[in-house]
Design a protein around this ligand. Sequence first.
Ligand code: NAP
Length: 250
Amino acid sequence: MNVGLIGCGNMARALARGWGRPVLCADPVAERAQQLAEETGGEALPSNAEVARRAALVVLCHKPAQLESVAAEVAPHARAVASILAATPLQRLREAYPDTPVYRFIPSLPVEVRQGAVVQAADGSQDSKVDAHVHELFAELGTLVVLDDALVDVAMGLMSCGPAYVALVAEAQVDAGVRHGIPAAQGAALVAQTLAGTAELLRRRDYDTLALRREVSSPGGLTARGVDALERGGLRAAFSDALDAVLRPS
Ligand SMILES: NC(=O)c1ccc[n+]([C@@H]2O[C@H](COP(=O)([O-])OP(=O)(O)OC[C@H]3O[C@@H](n4cnc5c(N)ncnc54)[C@H](OP(=O)(O)O)[C@@H]3O)[C@@H](O)[C@H]2O)c1
């Protein structure tokens, strides 16, 4: 499927790298589009309209505030549109693109290495052959979960914000190790691999987080003490507050 990216920022770059195929693209900063085109073996085009004319699927990678202005250029030409815009429900997308099939996905940065969490929004009115192709395209990027459109922003607060949270957790662990004498580089290697390996174990144990914790925490042991300290430090409450903060209207 011939993909055209509208906007060539962080997430467009991650998607294009994850797909690993040539893309058509446009951006207000021409060099940014040119760079992404060169990296993927694709083509930077002079306008959003030209991308829409040439692509089988247009992927909206600009900011949510630009929905209407971009739609004015893209809608007359697009055959199908997939949006990754935060806080922009399917209904708003359909109003902006009334005559085009529209899809809503929320990716996360690890799509760049095809290890992303991706959410596809559903509200019961999707159909047709194009849907399967679009779904498969985004499913290439990692684990794709279909959720009701009303829950997509909640999901975004977990998985799109997640890489920043996980990076912060990793940094905190590394700093704790540094305080006790572990060099930062070695500490970071240990922590990053622990995160990656634990994610794989959770998948193999049907995402049963408690079962995994029990395997590591022998009664009266060191891990149980560490987990208790994290709980007392408010780890759960901090993540709960983080999600509230993300979902609070700005
Ligand atoms: N980053 C994430 O983890 C993440 C996760 C899920 C969803 N999203 C969504 O993905 C979208 C992009 O986010 P991002 O982090 O990649 O932002 P970004 O790095 O700022 O990229 C947005 C790009 O769109 C360009 N742009 C602005 N106006 C445009 C127009 N009229 N036509 C075409 N391109 C235009 C911007 O150019 P200028 O900088 O010159 O304005 C910029 O290069 C957002 O809607 C965001 O909600 C992001």
